[in-house]
Design a protein around this ligand. Structure first.
Ligand code: SF4
Ligand code: SF4
Ligand code: FES
Length: 237
């Protein structure tokens, strides 16, 4: 049976890669490899996953230098030569081994006003939003974010400026800015217009190239840039 040579990060920020030999299987995912290591070779390995089907966003890691969701990444796609190097996501503090601390990532969603501010009560009728309206189309484009952090780990601006809100939080802000039922548009635009907000994006596109959900945070950020500039011209910010 052929084997994979797998180097797995061990430790926190200071640590080292530890090598394991893992049997190759048909249709094996990178998460299957990590699970094999933890279940069969070293039960002390720390990593995170939940759904295994690309929905929860918890299994992202750095695989051969690239941030990926590991439950939907097949070994055959990324390790043709039989070698894998698996580390924690970049741009986030490492708790241990492959598990990163996501607090700052989600705190930035809150700083970008990433939660819906309702304008209706439960006694009101359902809001009717025309599916073909431009605002609805813009909201639809970013709504399927699973909060995996792949874009955040791939963004050079986050690495240079730890205060930068980052592609996922800004994509969320743009999604809500286009939700006609939301009542916090001006506040949200104010929250993303500062030095650490949308205007810090250098349009490198790594977030858009790597997002496993085919979301384009770069386009969302461009939308925020336009909307904040317009709001300034109108004296709203
Ligand atoms: S497009 Fe902007 S947010 Fe996306 S990776 Fe590049 S700099 Fe970061
Ligand atoms: S925008 Fe894409 S890469 Fe970024 S957190 Fe959401 S799903 Fe993950
Ligand atoms: S385990 Fe849920 S997205 Fe991978």
């Amino acid at each position: 049976m052929s084997t994979l040579q797998v180097d797995v990060w061990r430790g926190a920020e200071a640590g080292r890669f530890q090598r394991f030999e893992v049997p190759r299987e048909a249709n094996q995912t990178v998460l299957d490899v990590v699970t094999y290591v933890q279940r069969r070779l070293d039960p002390t390995l720390a990593y995170r996953f939940a759904c295994r089907v690309g929905m929860c966003g918890s299994c992202a890691m750095t695989v051969n230098g690239v941030a990926r969701w590991t439950c939907r990444t097949h070994v055959a796609k990324v390790a043709g030569d039989g070698r894998l190097e698996i580390g924690p996501l970049a741009n986030l503090p490492v708790i241990r081994d492959l598990a990163t601390d996501m607090r700052e990532f989600f705190d930035k969603w809150a700083r970008a006003r990433g939660s819906h501010a309702p304008t209706a009560t439960r006694r009101d009728d359902f809001a009717r939003v025309p599916p073909a309206s431009p605002a609805r189309a813009a909201a639809d484009a970013g709504i399927e974010c699973i909060g995996c952090g792949v874009c955040y780990a791939s963004c050079d601006v986050v690495a240079w400026n730890p205060d930068y809100l980052g592609p996922a939080a800004l994509n969320r802000a743009w999604t809500l800015a286009n939700d006609v039922r939301d009542g916090a548009r001006a506040e949200r635009l104010r929250a993303v217009a500062g030095d650490a907000g949308c205007h810090a994006c250098h349009t490198h596109m790594s977030c858009t190239e790597r997002c496993p959900q085919a979301i384009a945070p770069t386009a969302s950020i461009a939308g925020l840039k336009r909307a904040t500039a317009l709001a300034v011209l109108k004296g709203e910010l």
